[in-house]
Ligand binder design. Structure first.
Ligand SMILES: Nc1ncnc2c1ncn2[C@@H]1O[C@H](COP(=O)(O)OP(=O)(O)OP(=O)(O)O)[C@@H](O)[C@H]1O
Ligand SMILES: [Mg+2]
Length: 212
């Protein structure tokens, strides 16, 4: 059981609340265009995103993990090498689509956080693509199995991932529906699909109107 700031002791309840709260945080971040205040070329920005999403829930939001992690037979970077790899990734270029995806692949291999690497990484990736190339990825065009296959392959060879993600980029960057569906897909990749972003956003708007 993961210790959390909410005092929740049941794993299913934590998973649900984590989805609801962090999705709401992502929605506010996007609606208020807070991403405009951040330089996503620097790796610090990934820590800002992770904090923004999870600080209400975990003490270790935005902090490097202290345990080793593996998934599907792949061992992510050893904790002893996180700092030096971060420095190297920070210096990777971001001028082209290929540069940016290569940086994302390295961030995934690093897996800097205890939890939430997938969701924070994809949001960071969209923000960087928006900043540098004025496009975002329409994640709703990529189903989970295909995405996971591409990510597994990417640790050996990222060329297929680059081609497939390029195929589903869109210049319609201010489109609420694309962002919300993309966010829901990003969470669905991680088995979180209790809440729809569209409904959460409407609820948040409603609450704001009542409070004002
Ligand atoms: N075997 C693998 N090889 C390479 N990358 C992987 C592998 N399995 C998962 N990933 C990548 O890691 C991401 C998240 O996986 P994981 O469940 O380890 O992280 P997490 O920290 O729990 O993230 P989240 O909480 O957002 O689910 C996936 O979305 C995918 O991009
Ligand atoms: Mg997870």
């Amino acid at each position: 059981m993961i210790k959390n700031k909410l005092g929740i002791e049941k794993i299913a309840k934590l998973k649900k609340e984590e989805e609801r709260i962090s999705k709401q945080n992502a929605i506010s971040f996007w609606m208020q265009k807070k991403y405009r205040e951040i330089d996503f070329r620097k790796i610090d920005s990934l820590f800002v995103i992770h904090t923004m999403l999870f600080d209400d829930i975990y003490e270790w939001a935005g902090k490097l993990r202290e345990v080793n992690l593996s998934k599907g037979g792949f061992q992510f970077a050893n904790t002893n090498f996180l700092q030096e790899n971060l420095k190297r990734i920070d210096e990777m270029p971001t001028a082209s689509f290929e540069d940016i995806i290569s940086k994302y692949v390295e961030i995934n291999i690093l897996h800097p956080f205890r939890e939430g690497n997938g969701r924070s990484g994809r949001l960071w990736l969209d923000c960087l693509l928006l900043q540098e190339l004025n496009v975002v990825i329409d994640w709703s065009k990529l189903d989970k199995e295909e995405y996971m296959y591409l990510m597994k392959e990417s640790v050996k060879d990222s060329s297929q991932l680059i081609v497939e993600l390029k195929n589903i980029t869109t210049a319609d960057v201010d489109n609420r529906e694309i962002f919300f569906k993309g966010l829901d897909f990003s969470y669905y990749y991680e088995e979180q699909y209790e809440y729809s972003s569209d409904e959460l956003a409407d609820e948040m708007k409603c609450n704001n109107e009542i409070n004002n």
